[in-house]
Design a protein around this ligand. Structure first.
Ligand SMILES: N[C@@H](CCC(=O)N[C@@H](CS)C(=O)NCC(=O)O)C(=O)O
Length: 345
């Protein structure tokens, strides 16, 4: 598809013979892609005839490189309450994609729709976000956002070096933002969570897993279903008050440790990643910020707070200035306001 799109761009350019027409084409390319090669550069009309073909070739290549959008519309599998789906949801808005450039398909995690064999065929990990472009599937947040940036109408700073390390760090299990939503450290917290969304979420998943696991299409994923039914079932038994006392106490201990990890990370590690103002990538958010913004927003959401300052209660001390200023930078941003319009998640 790429190739045929590029061919047609070249065919159009081939049919144009005047520098004026080329200028129009470049301006159109800029409008479409946010790309603008310097029109001051070659001054085609002033070039000797022998140079013009080289100059044109360079322009062909530049235009090709920046208009190589796939003809197949990418499909983003997403869910409104998912922390990691919020990363590409914010990213594609920042990256200048139009409303028709990407098809959004909702996979309801509360009802365990990610566990259907049909979705497992696309992403055997059953996680969101997932992006497909034709036959190719991008099955982790990092891969999805990478693809979106590489093919974006508008350039955004990609993560390199230490920024890649930050992304890897916030995806590690010891500070997992999803477990932060599922954990509880006491009977009171467990009851509040169960009465909220957690019990319904775990039951919905278990029902879906058990329903799908016995179908013929599920046979090739039998190990996956077995492990998930066991893991989700264990958590469900705690929230449904069916777990033995020692298993429940162990869960509380794991949960307390998780908040200790989060607390240490926010107080002692995160400020080291952050600038005094704006974003890690600079004045505008870059790849690393898409991940970090969603992570921080979820952590705040799990405490029931609406603002970063309310994290102080969990941190048992004031929120570090850089964390507060980073939160302000994100929460002032239109993309962020749109994605979190119905509440933090
Ligand atoms: N590290 C993975 C985590 C993805 C992930 O856990 N996504 C959650 C939603 S935020 C999910 O789909 N959970 C479904 C499940 O694990 O059953 C990534 O970044 O892609």
């Amino acid at each position: 598809m790429h190739a045929s799109h590029q061919m047609s761009t070249l065919a159009v350019i081939d049919s144009l013979t005047t520098p004026c027409a080329l200028t129009w084409l470049l301006q159109t390319a800029e409008m479409l892609t946010g790309f603008c090669p310097s029109l001051d550069g070659p001054h085609l009309a002033n070039q000797p005839q022998s140079r013009q073909s080289t100059v044109f070739t360079n322009y062909y290549e530049s235009i090709q490189a920046h208009t190589a959008l796939p003809m197949t519309k990418p499909v983003l599998y997403t869910f409104g309450a998912s922390v990691w789906s919020a990363v590409p949801e914010v990213a594609f808005r920042e990256l200048g994609y139009g409303p028709n450039d990407i098809e959004l398909k909702t996979i309801n995690l509360l009802q365990g729709e990610n566990f259907s064999p049909a979705f497992l065929k696309i992403n055997p990990k059953a996680t969101l976000p997932t992006l497909t472009v034709g036959d190719k599937a991008y099955t982790s947040t990092e891969e999805v956002v990478d693809y979106l940036i590489d093919n974006a109408p508008k350039p955004v700073k990609k993560a390199t070096g230490s920024e890649k390390d930050i992304i890897a760090r916030i995806h590690q299990d010891d500070i997992d933002p999803n477990f932060a939503l599922l954990l509880s450290r006491s009977d009171e917290e467990k009851k509040a969570r169960a009465d909220g969304i957690v019990l319904a979420f775990l039951s919905g998943r278990q029902n879906a897993l058990e329903k799908h696991a016995v179908t013929p299409e599920a046979a090739e994923f039998s190990d996956f279903y077995k492990a998930k039914i066991e893991g989700n079932g264990g958590l469900l038994s705690v929230y449904a008050d069916k777990a033995p006392e020692d298993a429940k106490q162990k869960f509380y201990e794991t949960s307390k440790q998780h908040w200790e990890n989060l607390r240490d990370f926010i107080l002692n590690v995160l400020p080291g990643y952050l600038p005094n103002s704006g974003f890690v990538a600079g004045a505008a958010p870059g790849e690393v910020d898409f991940h970090l913004g969603a992570w921080l927003t979820r952590i705040i959401a799990t405490t029931g707070a609406k603002d970063v300052s309310e994290l102080a209660a969990e941190l048992k001390q004031p929120v570090p200035t850089k964390v507060a200023s980073y939160w302000k930078a994100w929460s002032d941003r239109d993309s962020w306001k749109t994605v979190y319009a119905e509440g933090l998640h």
